[in-house]
Ligand binder design. Sequence first.
Ligand code: OSB
Ligand code: MG
Length: 370
Amino acid sequence: MKIESITLHHIDMPLVAPFETSFGRETHRPCILIEMRADGLTGWGECVAGAGPWYAYETIGTAWHIISDFLAPMIVGQEITEPIGIVERFASVRGHPMARAAVEAAFWDLYAQARGVSLARLIGATRDRVTVGVSVGIELTLEAQLASIERFVAAGYARIKLKIKPGWDVAVVRAVRERWPDIALQVDANSAYTPDDAPIFRELDEMNLLLIEQPLHHDDIVDHARLQAQISTPICLDESIHSPEHARWALDIDACRVINIKIGRVGGLTAARQIHDLCAERGVPVWCGGMLETNVGRAVNLALAALPNFALPGDISASARYYHRDIAAPDFVLNDDSTITVPDTPGTGVAVLPERLRDVQVREVIIGKG
Ligand code: OSB
Ligand code: MG
């Protein structure tokens, strides 16, 4: 396929409700959508870089720069036959995984459309529904926290992930466990703790959690290995795993016993599959993380999460949990068994709605012939 043009759309989406983590409270989700044209087809990809460098160093601004000044010019006008052709062309780029992943995703969508198959089938999906949970943001009071969890439990989510931060951890988890003694529960610290906080994790270790996600420094694996040796609840790494190499290094030193795979954080769907395959060989379960994606990103997450070693529920909630009006259709809904159905139409299975895109667009730029 000859890549004719790449258009970057910077959009800003109001969230249904504020989302708070240990690194901050967000009311809007900005993102960059990539529109790639080739052979009369259009593929779409979503860049999950945030407004500021809080979860990762990449931002909307850095991703805009890297994609428009480097990545798009590397491939516009080029004949590229397979997704690996994108990966190879970007191999000389250090870092900027979210920028690379977004462009690769747009190509995967084109590639699957050109073959007339769903992305899920193309990458080797083994299920048509994936089990999902919900990532619940920090609330201002314990009452509000219990009420927000109650709403998600009532909506049918069978697995709850609580965001924790220093001062908002053991007591909150204990209160949730008293109210829902048997619910599948896990916590995510987004790197808010240090090794001195080990006593907190020994207390959490008694609370029957599925896993503890990224308790320590965002680039660390060594301290995580020391902490894992002290607790029996699996540590799951999110922020620290930037590539298949990082995954191997972490597993080699027992820094974690579960990995959260996010396509953007690891630099693309190809790398995400490699991490899945490595973990499958090592007997390590993985699950699909989320970045509050629009339906464009969520569709790709669902295809990935349909691979066999995605053994734990993903942070892939129904569209209505995030946005009132998504920029792509159809919306994803929660089935009554806490699953979401994987799209089975050609490509990612969602279509961008131009008038909705226009309503939330901040700026756009076209590289190549528009
Ligand atoms: O740590 O998993 C995280 C959202 C933004 C940044 C980091 C994280 C998250 C989530 C949201 O937990 C998961 C979702 O998209 O539902
Ligand atoms: Mg996380």
